[in-house]
Design a binder for this molecule. Structure first.
Ligand code: HAM
Length: 431
């Protein structure tokens, strides 16, 4: 087959060998969230387009990256580019403000953004996101940050850089914006086209530009932390106290801003050296105005989204992912007349007993079957041969040691159940 049926640009297949690594990471998500008291939420893959329009008219996400379409009923829909707006919508729709607060939710899901594909940047990427809705307490900002850090620790990544900032609130941000405009105005003619637009639409985003000239200009820009109102200042100071109590390594970056417009007060980003300077592993912050903007009551909230595709790249590069593969406990190799039917019966009995097992489905030679068993990393091979069957027996062979024994057909299942339990026990003792 030619490439005309290749997966669409910016998307990929995750194949066996890879899926196990994803499952390992996903398991750590579920476990860490359970330990932190976050419950899983699943929202639709698409939403009404207006919902995502709330993420900021001036953002690339809304302007250039949404997969929007009209369905057959003429409704404007958009494939989810991020998870926060859907969770906020679900919070409102299901009256979660009547639940005990904060409501702590998490999700693992694909996100869709029409971006220029590169290493670590896809049109369908996957995020682990967490959102804590219903409290303004800085302790919850700290908890959310610690949830991300603990998750990274559990997957084996502790060499992280965590940057923190506060970008203020509707009370103090206008003043900061004015300061920024005053700073950038005289340099506009040597800044990039995007920054000229940002200057008009959202001057804060100019701090995030990666162009060398623009970086030079923003290096001397006023710092958001010097322009916080007393409430935002206190929030940041208290958050820092909590992070220090937890012994976290973090760095204040007063020029850190994020690509979506809903943020207020706390913003943070996690990065890992191998991804390069402009590739965040994850990030998040507070969005105290979003739910009110969607028509709900004033509801402070904070959360993050961690890119899992990028995380897997980092784990792979750092040699932090053990080669994992399923491997079966037993492979049933067949030889001679009637062997396949007898093997199939045993195979189903083994599987019902919870022993991972497989057999030959291609009528290969015994030698080729042994090779297949090796390929599947089977711990045992059961030789189901015509001659042995005639005596009511099968041969059980250990693949690594090579030892083998003959046993009664009816002994096979209990024996393998026992061996599988023993190897599980030995495996967990070794850890
Ligand atoms: P975001 O920074 O847009 O935040 O995305 C979060 C993470 O998703 C990024 O740091 C990055 O690792 C990953 N990511 C984003 N776009 C791509 C892409 N095209 N390819 C691969 N990975 C990507 C949000 O989405 C917010 N909803 C986070 C949040 C939750 N804030 C508060 N609550």
């Amino acid at each position: 087959m030619g490439t005309e049926y290749a997966a669409p640009r910016g998307t990929r297949d995750i194949l066996p060998g890879e899926t196990e690594k994803w499952r390992f990471v996903e398991e750590q998500v579920h476990r860490t969230c359970a330990d932190f008291g976050y419950a899983e939420v699943r929202t639709p893959l698409f939403e009404h387009s207006e919902l995502f329009g709330r993420l900021g008219e001036a953002t690339d996400l809304v302007q250039k990256e949404m997969y929007s379409f009209d369905d057959r009923g003429g409704r404007g829909l958009t494939l989810r580019p991020e998870g926060t707006a859907p969770v906020a919508r679900a919070y409102l729709q299901h009256h979660m403000d009547a639940w005990p607060q904060p409501v702590k939710l998490y999700y693992i899901s694909p996100m869709f953004r029409y971006e220029r594909p590169q290493a670590g940047r896809y049109r369908q990427h996957h995020q682990f996101g967490a959102e804590a809705l219903g409290t303004l307490d800085p302790a919850i900002d700290a908890e959310v940050i610690m949830l991300a850090v603990e998750f990274y620790r559990r997957v084996g990544l502790s060499d992280l850089s965590l940057e923190l900032n506060s970008i203020g609130c509707p009370a103090c941000r206008p003043g900061y914006r004015e300061e920024l405009s005053r700073h950038f105005a005289p340099h506009l003619d040597r800044m990039c086209g995007d920054c000229q637009v940002r200057f008009e639409r959202n001057v804060l985003r100019m701090l995030d530009c990666k162009q060398p000239e623009c970086r030079e200009v923003s290096a001397g820009a006023p710092r958001s932390t010097d322009h916080l109102c007393p409430e935002c200042r206190r929030h940041l100071d208290e958050l820092i106290l909590y992070l220090e109590a937890a012994g976290l390594n973090w760095r204040l970056n007063p020029r850190l801003v994020r690509g979506i417009d809903y943020y207020t007060k706390t913003v943070f980003e996690v990065s890992a050296a191998v991804l390069g300077a402009d590739r965040a592993l994850g990030g998040g912050g507070r969005y105290d105005g979003l739910i009110a903007e969607l028509g709900g009551p004033d509801t402070p909230a904070v959360g993050f989204g961690l890119g899992l595709d990028r995380l897997l790249i980092v784990l792979e590069e750092g040699g932090l992912l053990l080669p994992v593969g399923q491997g079966v406990e037993a492979f049933l190799a067949c030889a001679g007349e009637g062997a396949h039917a007898a093997a199939f019966k045993l195979l189903m009995e083994l599987r019902r007993a919870g022993v991972a097992a497989d057999m030959d489905f291609t009528q290969r030679s015994l030698k080729a079957q042994m090779k297949a068993a090796d390929h599947m990393r089977a711990r045992y091979v059961v030789i189901v041969g015509q001659d042995e069957l005639a005596r009511g027996k099968v041969i059980l062979r250990e693949m690594s040691g090579g030892g083998q024994s003959e046993l009664e057909v009816h002994e096979l299942v209990p024996r393998l159940v026992g061996l599988a339990r023993k190897s599980l026990r030995d495996g967990s003792e070794g850890k």
